[in-house]
Design a protein around this ligand. Structure first.
Ligand code: ZN
Ligand code: MN
Length: 497
Protein backbone atom coordinates (compact mmCIF):
# COMPACT_ATOMS: atom_id res chain seq x y z
CA UNK A 1 0.00 0.00 0.00
CA UNK A 2 1.44 3.34 -1.06
CA UNK A 3 1.46 6.36 1.17
CA UNK A 4 -0.89 9.16 0.38
CA UNK A 5 -0.89 12.74 1.41
CA UNK A 6 -4.11 14.68 1.95
CA UNK A 7 -4.00 18.30 0.80
CA UNK A 8 -6.64 20.73 2.01
CA UNK A 9 -7.56 24.37 1.73
CA UNK A 10 -10.26 26.03 3.81
CA UNK A 11 -12.94 28.60 3.11
CA UNK A 12 -14.34 29.88 6.35
CA UNK A 13 -17.40 32.12 6.38
CA UNK A 14 -17.82 34.24 9.50
CA UNK A 15 -20.82 36.48 10.19
CA UNK A 16 -19.65 39.90 11.30
CA UNK A 17 -20.93 41.20 14.65
CA UNK A 18 -22.61 44.31 13.23
CA UNK A 19 -25.98 45.63 14.39
CA UNK A 20 -27.31 45.97 10.85
CA UNK A 21 -26.95 44.24 7.48
CA UNK A 22 -24.24 44.95 4.92
CA UNK A 23 -26.20 47.21 2.56
CA UNK A 24 -29.38 48.21 4.44
CA UNK A 25 -30.47 49.18 7.96
CA UNK A 26 -32.25 45.90 8.82
CA UNK A 27 -31.15 44.17 12.03
CA UNK A 28 -28.51 41.51 11.52
CA UNK A 29 -29.28 39.73 14.80
CA UNK A 30 -29.84 35.97 14.97
CA UNK A 31 -33.07 34.51 16.33
CA UNK A 32 -35.82 36.86 15.07
CA UNK A 33 -39.14 35.56 13.77
CA UNK A 34 -38.89 34.44 10.11
CA UNK A 35 -38.78 37.40 7.70
CA UNK A 36 -38.96 39.94 10.52
CA UNK A 37 -35.70 41.64 9.49
CA UNK A 38 -36.41 42.29 5.84
CA UNK A 39 -36.81 45.52 3.81
CA UNK A 40 -37.19 46.17 0.06
CA UNK A 41 -33.39 46.43 -0.32
CA UNK A 42 -32.46 43.07 1.17
CA UNK A 43 -35.55 41.46 -0.38
CA UNK A 44 -34.04 42.30 -3.77
CA UNK A 45 -36.62 44.82 -5.00
CA UNK A 46 -35.42 46.54 -8.18
CA UNK A 47 -33.94 50.01 -7.88
CA UNK A 48 -33.13 49.91 -4.16
CA UNK A 49 -29.78 51.60 -3.38
CA UNK A 50 -27.07 49.66 -1.55
CA UNK A 51 -25.49 51.68 1.28
CA UNK A 52 -22.33 50.08 2.63
CA UNK A 53 -22.10 49.37 6.39
CA UNK A 54 -18.97 51.16 7.65
CA UNK A 55 -18.68 48.95 10.72
CA UNK A 56 -18.45 45.84 8.51
CA UNK A 57 -15.44 47.36 6.74
CA UNK A 58 -13.82 48.15 10.09
CA UNK A 59 -14.30 44.58 11.27
CA UNK A 60 -12.79 43.40 7.98
CA UNK A 61 -9.78 45.66 8.60
CA UNK A 62 -9.49 44.24 12.13
CA UNK A 63 -9.50 40.70 10.69
CA UNK A 64 -6.70 41.75 8.35
CA UNK A 65 -4.65 43.14 11.23
CA UNK A 66 -5.05 39.94 13.25
CA UNK A 67 -3.90 37.79 10.34
CA UNK A 68 -0.93 39.93 9.22
CA UNK A 69 -2.66 40.55 5.92
CA UNK A 70 -1.99 43.22 3.35
CA UNK A 71 -4.97 45.55 3.61
CA UNK A 72 -6.12 47.03 0.30
CA UNK A 73 -5.77 50.77 -0.31
CA UNK A 74 -8.85 50.54 -2.48
CA UNK A 75 -11.34 47.71 -2.36
CA UNK A 76 -14.25 47.11 -4.68
CA UNK A 77 -17.36 44.94 -4.74
CA UNK A 78 -18.45 42.52 -7.45
CA UNK A 79 -21.57 40.60 -8.37
CA UNK A 80 -21.48 36.82 -8.29
CA UNK A 81 -24.45 35.56 -10.27
CA UNK A 82 -26.36 32.42 -9.51
CA UNK A 83 -29.97 31.42 -9.14
CA UNK A 84 -31.16 29.88 -5.94
CA UNK A 85 -34.39 30.58 -4.05
CA UNK A 86 -32.58 31.86 -0.94
CA UNK A 87 -30.91 34.63 -2.96
CA UNK A 88 -33.56 37.27 -3.74
CA UNK A 89 -31.43 39.40 -6.09
CA UNK A 90 -30.09 36.53 -8.18
CA UNK A 91 -26.54 37.62 -7.37
CA UNK A 92 -24.37 37.84 -4.27
CA UNK A 93 -22.42 41.03 -3.63
CA UNK A 94 -18.88 39.90 -2.86
CA UNK A 95 -15.25 40.80 -3.62
CA UNK A 96 -13.32 38.98 -6.32
CA UNK A 97 -11.03 41.49 -8.04
CA UNK A 98 -9.97 43.74 -5.13
CA UNK A 99 -10.76 42.10 -1.80
CA UNK A 100 -10.12 43.89 1.49
CA UNK A 101 -7.20 41.63 2.54
CA UNK A 102 -4.57 39.51 0.80
CA UNK A 103 -1.61 37.31 1.75
CA UNK A 104 -2.19 36.92 5.47
CA UNK A 105 -1.06 34.11 7.72
CA UNK A 106 -2.11 32.38 10.92
CA UNK A 107 0.12 30.42 13.26
CA UNK A 108 -1.38 27.23 14.66
CA UNK A 109 -0.06 25.24 17.61
CA UNK A 110 0.89 21.65 16.81
CA UNK A 111 2.51 18.70 18.49
CA UNK A 112 3.63 16.04 16.02
CA UNK A 113 0.61 16.85 13.92
CA UNK A 114 -1.68 16.92 16.94
CA UNK A 115 -2.99 20.22 18.19
CA UNK A 116 -2.66 20.84 21.89
CA UNK A 117 -4.51 23.39 23.95
CA UNK A 118 -2.26 23.06 26.97
CA UNK A 119 0.95 24.31 25.45
CA UNK A 120 2.54 25.14 22.15
CA UNK A 121 4.97 22.41 21.25
CA UNK A 122 5.52 23.41 17.68
CA UNK A 123 3.87 25.76 15.26
CA UNK A 124 2.80 25.67 11.67
CA UNK A 125 2.03 28.70 9.58
CA UNK A 126 -1.09 28.55 7.45
CA UNK A 127 -1.01 31.14 4.68
CA UNK A 128 -4.12 32.96 3.53
CA UNK A 129 -4.94 33.80 -0.05
CA UNK A 130 -7.42 36.48 0.84
CA UNK A 131 -10.19 37.73 3.09
CA UNK A 132 -13.21 39.28 1.40
CA UNK A 133 -16.42 40.89 2.56
CA UNK A 134 -19.71 39.60 1.17
CA UNK A 135 -23.37 39.28 1.99
CA UNK A 136 -25.00 36.14 3.32
CA UNK A 137 -27.95 34.47 1.59
CA UNK A 138 -31.34 33.69 3.15
CA UNK A 139 -32.26 30.33 4.54
CA UNK A 140 -34.50 27.63 3.12
CA UNK A 141 -36.55 25.70 5.64
CA UNK A 142 -37.73 22.32 4.44
CA UNK A 143 -40.94 21.27 6.14
CA UNK A 144 -41.11 17.48 5.89
CA UNK A 145 -44.66 17.38 7.27
CA UNK A 146 -46.23 19.46 4.52
CA UNK A 147 -43.55 18.66 1.95
CA UNK A 148 -43.01 22.34 1.24
CA UNK A 149 -40.00 24.60 1.32
CA UNK A 150 -40.20 27.99 3.00
CA UNK A 151 -37.74 30.82 2.74
CA UNK A 152 -36.54 33.10 5.54
CA UNK A 153 -34.75 36.25 4.33
CA UNK A 154 -33.60 37.43 7.79
CA UNK A 155 -30.08 36.27 6.98
CA UNK A 156 -30.08 37.71 3.44
CA UNK A 157 -27.65 40.62 3.41
CA UNK A 158 -26.03 39.87 6.77
CA UNK A 159 -22.34 40.79 6.44
CA UNK A 160 -19.76 38.01 6.23
CA UNK A 161 -16.08 37.78 5.79
CA UNK A 162 -14.79 34.77 3.92
CA UNK A 163 -11.28 33.73 4.91
CA UNK A 164 -9.69 31.73 2.09
CA UNK A 165 -6.56 29.76 2.93
CA UNK A 166 -4.00 28.29 0.57
CA UNK A 167 -3.91 24.47 0.40
CA UNK A 168 -1.59 24.26 3.41
CA UNK A 169 -3.43 21.68 5.53
CA UNK A 170 -2.38 18.04 5.66
CA UNK A 171 -4.36 16.57 8.58
CA UNK A 172 -7.75 16.92 10.25
CA UNK A 173 -5.92 17.96 13.44
CA UNK A 174 -4.37 20.92 11.65
CA UNK A 175 -7.77 21.99 10.39
CA UNK A 176 -9.29 21.76 13.87
CA UNK A 177 -6.36 23.69 15.39
CA UNK A 178 -6.72 26.39 12.73
CA UNK A 179 -10.45 26.79 13.31
CA UNK A 180 -9.87 27.01 17.06
CA UNK A 181 -7.22 29.69 16.56
CA UNK A 182 -9.42 31.58 14.13
CA UNK A 183 -12.33 31.45 16.54
CA UNK A 184 -10.16 32.76 19.37
CA UNK A 185 -8.73 35.63 17.28
CA UNK A 186 -12.06 36.73 15.84
CA UNK A 187 -14.23 36.34 18.92
CA UNK A 188 -11.84 38.17 21.26
CA UNK A 189 -11.58 41.02 18.76
CA UNK A 190 -15.39 41.28 18.66
CA UNK A 191 -15.38 40.56 14.92
CA UNK A 192 -17.82 37.67 15.22
CA UNK A 193 -19.28 35.51 17.96
CA UNK A 194 -18.13 32.50 15.86
CA UNK A 195 -20.97 30.23 17.02
CA UNK A 196 -20.82 27.21 14.78
CA UNK A 197 -24.18 25.87 15.98
CA UNK A 198 -25.93 29.10 15.00
CA UNK A 199 -24.10 29.19 11.70
CA UNK A 200 -22.13 32.36 12.36
CA UNK A 201 -18.96 30.38 11.56
CA UNK A 202 -19.13 27.88 8.70
CA UNK A 203 -16.40 25.92 7.08
CA UNK A 204 -15.93 24.47 3.59
CA UNK A 205 -13.03 22.10 3.06
CA UNK A 206 -11.40 21.63 -0.35
CA UNK A 207 -9.71 18.28 -0.30
CA UNK A 208 -7.59 16.15 -2.62
CA UNK A 209 -5.19 13.30 -2.21
CA UNK A 210 -1.85 12.60 -3.90
CA UNK A 211 0.92 10.04 -3.59
CA UNK A 212 3.51 11.02 -1.04
CA UNK A 213 7.09 11.43 -2.29
CA UNK A 214 8.89 9.42 0.38
CA UNK A 215 7.32 6.18 1.54
CA UNK A 216 8.29 7.12 5.08
CA UNK A 217 8.10 10.90 4.91
CA UNK A 218 9.21 12.64 8.10
CA UNK A 219 6.29 13.19 10.39
CA UNK A 220 5.06 16.76 10.43
CA UNK A 221 7.08 17.79 7.38
CA UNK A 222 5.52 20.72 5.59
CA UNK A 223 5.23 19.25 2.14
CA UNK A 224 6.05 15.65 1.50
CA UNK A 225 3.91 15.11 -1.56
CA UNK A 226 4.67 15.22 -5.23
CA UNK A 227 2.90 17.42 -7.73
CA UNK A 228 0.35 17.43 -9.23
CA UNK A 229 -2.61 17.52 -6.87
CA UNK A 230 -5.35 14.95 -7.27
CA UNK A 231 -9.00 15.62 -8.13
CA UNK A 232 -10.46 18.07 -5.66
CA UNK A 233 -13.81 17.82 -3.92
CA UNK A 234 -15.37 20.37 -1.63
CA UNK A 235 -17.23 19.47 1.56
CA UNK A 236 -19.61 22.30 2.33
CA UNK A 237 -21.20 23.93 5.35
CA UNK A 238 -20.14 21.87 8.32
CA UNK A 239 -21.06 23.24 11.69
CA UNK A 240 -19.06 21.42 14.32
CA UNK A 241 -15.38 20.64 14.78
CA UNK A 242 -16.21 17.00 15.38
CA UNK A 243 -18.13 16.76 12.11
CA UNK A 244 -15.35 18.51 10.21
CA UNK A 245 -12.68 16.12 11.50
CA UNK A 246 -14.85 13.07 10.76
CA UNK A 247 -15.76 14.35 7.28
CA UNK A 248 -12.10 14.95 6.41
CA UNK A 249 -11.09 11.45 7.51
CA UNK A 250 -13.95 9.89 5.58
CA UNK A 251 -13.42 11.90 2.41
CA UNK A 252 -9.67 11.42 2.31
CA UNK A 253 -10.13 7.65 2.67
CA UNK A 254 -12.74 7.71 -0.11
CA UNK A 255 -10.20 9.38 -2.41
CA UNK A 256 -7.49 6.88 -1.49
CA UNK A 257 -9.83 3.94 -2.06
CA UNK A 258 -10.81 5.33 -5.45
CA UNK A 259 -7.16 5.66 -6.47
CA UNK A 260 -6.21 2.24 -5.12
CA UNK A 261 -9.10 0.14 -6.38
CA UNK A 262 -10.37 2.18 -9.33
CA UNK A 263 -13.91 1.22 -8.34
CA UNK A 264 -14.96 4.85 -8.26
CA UNK A 265 -13.93 7.74 -10.50
CA UNK A 266 -13.31 10.95 -8.60
CA UNK A 267 -14.89 14.04 -10.08
CA UNK A 268 -14.69 17.68 -9.09
CA UNK A 269 -17.86 18.23 -7.10
CA UNK A 270 -19.44 19.69 -4.00
CA UNK A 271 -20.36 17.23 -1.29
CA UNK A 272 -22.23 17.36 2.00
CA UNK A 273 -21.49 15.53 5.24
CA UNK A 274 -24.20 13.28 6.69
CA UNK A 275 -23.51 13.16 10.40
CA UNK A 276 -25.91 10.26 11.08
CA UNK A 277 -24.54 8.00 8.37
CA UNK A 278 -20.96 9.17 8.89
CA UNK A 279 -20.33 9.70 5.18
CA UNK A 280 -20.20 12.40 2.53
CA UNK A 281 -22.61 12.46 -0.40
CA UNK A 282 -22.65 14.33 -3.70
CA UNK A 283 -24.60 17.61 -3.75
CA UNK A 284 -23.75 19.09 -7.14
CA UNK A 285 -20.95 19.37 -9.67
CA UNK A 286 -18.54 22.06 -8.56
CA UNK A 287 -18.96 25.34 -10.38
CA UNK A 288 -15.98 27.01 -11.98
CA UNK A 289 -15.33 30.74 -11.68
CA UNK A 290 -16.81 31.30 -15.14
CA UNK A 291 -20.12 29.76 -14.08
CA UNK A 292 -20.71 32.69 -11.74
CA UNK A 293 -20.20 35.41 -14.39
CA UNK A 294 -18.52 37.70 -11.90
CA UNK A 295 -18.46 41.38 -12.82
CA UNK A 296 -17.75 44.63 -10.93
CA UNK A 297 -20.79 45.98 -9.12
CA UNK A 298 -21.40 49.42 -10.63
CA UNK A 299 -23.74 50.48 -7.80
CA UNK A 300 -21.13 50.50 -5.05
CA UNK A 301 -18.27 52.99 -5.25
CA UNK A 302 -14.72 51.75 -4.61
CA UNK A 303 -13.82 52.19 -0.94
CA UNK A 304 -10.53 53.86 -0.01
CA UNK A 305 -8.92 52.55 3.16
CA UNK A 306 -6.44 55.10 4.49
CA UNK A 307 -3.53 54.31 6.79
CA UNK A 308 -5.17 56.59 9.40
CA UNK A 309 -8.34 54.52 9.28
CA UNK A 310 -6.36 51.30 9.72
CA UNK A 311 -4.51 52.80 12.71
CA UNK A 312 -7.79 53.97 14.26
CA UNK A 313 -9.15 50.41 13.99
CA UNK A 314 -5.93 49.01 15.45
CA UNK A 315 -6.14 51.34 18.44
CA UNK A 316 -9.77 50.51 19.17
CA UNK A 317 -9.35 46.73 19.16
CA UNK A 318 -10.27 44.87 22.38
CA UNK A 319 -7.74 42.73 24.24
CA UNK A 320 -6.63 39.56 22.52
CA UNK A 321 -6.71 36.16 24.17
CA UNK A 322 -2.96 36.46 24.75
CA UNK A 323 -3.29 39.87 26.43
CA UNK A 324 -6.06 38.55 28.68
CA UNK A 325 -3.86 35.59 29.61
CA UNK A 326 -1.13 38.00 30.73
CA UNK A 327 -3.63 40.07 32.69
CA UNK A 328 -4.98 36.98 34.48
CA UNK A 329 -1.63 35.43 35.33
CA UNK A 330 0.42 38.58 36.02
CA UNK A 331 -2.06 41.12 37.35
CA UNK A 332 -4.45 38.76 39.14
CA UNK A 333 -1.84 36.09 39.88
CA UNK A 334 -4.03 33.22 38.73
CA UNK A 335 -2.36 29.85 38.13
CA UNK A 336 -1.28 29.34 34.51
CA UNK A 337 -3.82 26.57 34.03
CA UNK A 338 -6.72 28.81 35.10
CA UNK A 339 -5.37 31.63 32.95
CA UNK A 340 -5.22 29.38 29.89
CA UNK A 341 -8.70 27.96 30.27
CA UNK A 342 -10.33 31.36 30.74
CA UNK A 343 -8.28 33.22 28.13
CA UNK A 344 -8.92 30.51 25.53
CA UNK A 345 -12.64 31.14 25.55
CA UNK A 346 -14.23 34.53 24.95
CA UNK A 347 -17.41 33.44 26.70
CA UNK A 348 -15.53 32.50 29.90
CA UNK A 349 -13.36 35.61 29.72
CA UNK A 350 -16.48 37.79 29.52
CA UNK A 351 -18.10 36.01 32.47
CA UNK A 352 -14.89 36.43 34.46
CA UNK A 353 -14.67 40.15 33.68
CA UNK A 354 -18.35 40.86 34.44
CA UNK A 355 -18.31 38.88 37.69
CA UNK A 356 -15.10 40.52 38.82
CA UNK A 357 -16.75 43.94 38.49
CA UNK A 358 -19.35 42.91 41.08
CA UNK A 359 -17.10 40.96 43.42
CA UNK A 360 -13.36 41.59 43.18
CA UNK A 361 -11.99 38.17 44.06
CA UNK A 362 -10.28 36.82 40.91
CA UNK A 363 -9.04 33.55 42.37
CA UNK A 364 -12.43 32.51 43.73
CA UNK A 365 -14.22 33.51 40.54
CA UNK A 366 -11.77 31.61 38.35
CA UNK A 367 -12.22 28.52 40.53
CA UNK A 368 -16.00 28.65 40.29
CA UNK A 369 -15.90 29.15 36.54
CA UNK A 370 -13.46 26.34 35.83
CA UNK A 371 -14.73 23.73 38.26
CA UNK A 372 -18.45 24.38 38.51
CA UNK A 373 -19.64 26.38 35.50
CA UNK A 374 -17.78 24.28 32.95
CA UNK A 375 -19.19 21.03 34.31
CA UNK A 376 -22.70 22.51 34.22
CA UNK A 377 -22.11 23.52 30.61
CA UNK A 378 -20.98 19.99 29.76
CA UNK A 379 -24.21 18.57 31.14
CA UNK A 380 -26.15 21.22 29.26
CA UNK A 381 -24.29 20.54 25.99
CA UNK A 382 -24.53 24.18 24.92
CA UNK A 383 -21.92 26.06 22.95
CA UNK A 384 -22.05 29.01 25.27
CA UNK A 385 -22.67 29.58 28.97
CA UNK A 386 -25.31 32.14 29.73
CA UNK A 387 -25.51 33.21 33.37
CA UNK A 388 -26.43 36.40 35.25
CA UNK A 389 -22.99 37.52 36.42
CA UNK A 390 -24.45 39.68 39.21
CA UNK A 391 -26.14 36.62 40.74
CA UNK A 392 -23.05 34.52 40.11
CA UNK A 393 -20.95 37.10 41.98
CA UNK A 394 -23.39 37.16 44.92
CA UNK A 395 -23.32 33.39 45.14
CA UNK A 396 -19.53 33.31 45.29
CA UNK A 397 -19.62 36.00 47.96
CA UNK A 398 -22.14 34.01 50.02
CA UNK A 399 -19.75 31.07 50.05
CA UNK A 400 -16.71 33.26 50.58
CA UNK A 401 -18.10 35.03 53.64
CA UNK A 402 -19.31 31.68 54.96
CA UNK A 403 -22.98 32.55 54.84
CA UNK A 404 -23.43 29.19 53.20
CA UNK A 405 -21.02 26.34 52.78
CA UNK A 406 -19.57 25.30 49.44
CA UNK A 407 -21.87 22.33 48.97
CA UNK A 408 -24.95 24.46 49.41
CA UNK A 409 -23.27 26.92 47.05
CA UNK A 410 -22.92 24.28 44.32
CA UNK A 411 -26.58 23.36 44.60
CA UNK A 412 -27.54 27.01 44.45
CA UNK A 413 -25.39 27.53 41.36
CA UNK A 414 -27.48 24.96 39.50
CA UNK A 415 -30.57 26.96 40.47
CA UNK A 416 -28.98 30.25 39.39
CA UNK A 417 -27.88 28.64 36.12
CA UNK A 418 -31.12 26.86 35.30
CA UNK A 419 -33.83 28.93 36.98
CA UNK A 420 -32.15 32.29 37.47
CA UNK A 421 -32.95 32.46 41.20
CA UNK A 422 -31.52 35.29 43.30
CA UNK A 423 -29.08 33.52 45.63
CA UNK A 424 -29.32 36.04 48.48
CA UNK A 425 -33.10 35.99 48.83
CA UNK A 426 -33.18 32.25 48.16
CA UNK A 427 -30.79 31.63 51.07
CA UNK A 428 -32.89 33.88 53.31
CA UNK A 429 -36.22 32.36 52.31
CA UNK A 430 -34.96 28.83 52.75
CA UNK A 431 -32.93 29.64 55.86
CA UNK A 432 -29.94 27.96 54.25
CA UNK A 433 -27.46 30.25 55.90
CA UNK A 434 -28.63 30.29 59.48
CA UNK A 435 -26.88 28.65 62.43
CA UNK A 436 -29.80 26.74 63.91
CA UNK A 437 -28.00 25.44 66.97
CA UNK A 438 -29.15 27.74 69.82
CA UNK A 439 -26.30 26.55 72.04
CA UNK A 440 -23.70 27.80 69.53
CA UNK A 441 -25.32 31.22 69.40
CA UNK A 442 -25.60 31.45 73.20
CA UNK A 443 -21.94 30.51 73.65
CA UNK A 444 -20.89 33.06 71.05
CA UNK A 445 -22.92 35.83 72.72
CA UNK A 446 -21.46 34.99 76.13
CA UNK A 447 -17.95 34.99 74.65
CA UNK A 448 -18.48 38.45 73.13
CA UNK A 449 -19.73 39.78 76.49
CA UNK A 450 -16.71 38.28 78.28
CA UNK A 451 -14.29 39.84 75.80
CA UNK A 452 -15.87 43.29 75.90
CA UNK A 453 -16.14 43.97 79.63
CA UNK A 454 -15.64 47.72 79.20
CA UNK A 455 -18.38 48.02 76.62
CA UNK A 456 -20.73 45.97 78.84
CA UNK A 457 -20.12 48.44 81.66
CA UNK A 458 -20.97 51.32 79.31
CA UNK A 459 -24.21 49.58 78.43
CA UNK A 460 -25.08 49.02 82.10
CA UNK A 461 -24.31 52.69 82.75
CA UNK A 462 -27.13 53.53 80.35
CA UNK A 463 -25.47 53.69 76.91
CA UNK A 464 -27.99 51.81 74.72
CA UNK A 465 -26.10 52.52 71.51
CA UNK A 466 -23.23 50.06 72.27
CA UNK A 467 -25.70 47.22 71.91
CA UNK A 468 -25.36 47.37 68.11
CA UNK A 469 -21.58 47.04 68.38
CA UNK A 470 -21.87 43.94 70.59
CA UNK A 471 -24.40 42.34 68.26
CA UNK A 472 -22.10 43.08 65.33
CA UNK A 473 -19.23 41.33 67.12
CA UNK A 474 -21.35 38.24 67.70
CA UNK A 475 -22.59 38.18 64.11
CA UNK A 476 -19.03 38.39 62.83
CA UNK A 477 -17.99 35.46 65.03
CA UNK A 478 -20.91 33.49 63.64
CA UNK A 479 -19.79 34.22 60.10
CA UNK A 480 -23.08 36.01 59.48
CA UNK A 481 -24.87 32.68 59.69
CA UNK A 482 -27.15 33.59 62.62
CA UNK A 483 -30.52 35.28 62.66
CA UNK A 484 -29.79 38.81 63.94
CA UNK A 485 -33.11 38.87 65.82
CA UNK A 486 -32.09 35.85 67.93
CA UNK A 487 -28.66 37.33 68.64
CA UNK A 488 -30.35 40.58 69.64
CA UNK A 489 -32.75 38.98 72.10
CA UNK A 490 -30.07 36.75 73.65
CA UNK A 491 -27.69 39.67 73.97
CA UNK A 492 -30.30 41.85 75.66
CA UNK A 493 -31.30 39.00 77.97
CA UNK A 494 -27.73 38.22 79.09
CA UNK A 495 -26.95 41.93 79.59
CA UNK A 496 -29.91 42.24 81.99
CA UNK A 497 -28.72 39.25 84.06
ZN1 ZN B 1 -33.00 45.18 4.68
MN1 MN C 1 -18.39 32.95 0.04
Amino acid sequence: MKNYETVMGLEVHVELATESKLFCACSAKFGAEPNENVCPACAGMPGMPAVLNKRAVELGIAAGLLTNSEIANVMTFDKKNYFYPDLPTGYQITQLYSPICRNGSIKIPLCGGVARSDGVVSEKIITLKQIHIEEDAGKLVHDARTETTLVDFNRAGVPLIEIVSNPDFRTAEEVVAYLGKLRSLLSFAGISDCKMQEGSMRCDVNISVRRAAGANGAHGAQDEGEAPLGVRTEIKNMNSLKAIAAAIRYESQRHIDALETGCETLIQETRRWDDDKGETFSMRGKENLADYRYFPNPEIMPVCISQDWIEAVRNSMPKSSHEIYNLLTKEYNLPEYDGKIISNNKNLADIFEQTLKQYPSPREIAGWIIVELLSLQKEDNKEEISIDCGKFAKLIELVDNKTINRNVGKKLLVKVFEEGIDPVSYVEENKLGLVSDAGVIEDTVRAVLAENGKTVEEYKAGSQKVLGFLIGQAMRKLGGKADPAIVNSLMTKFLEE
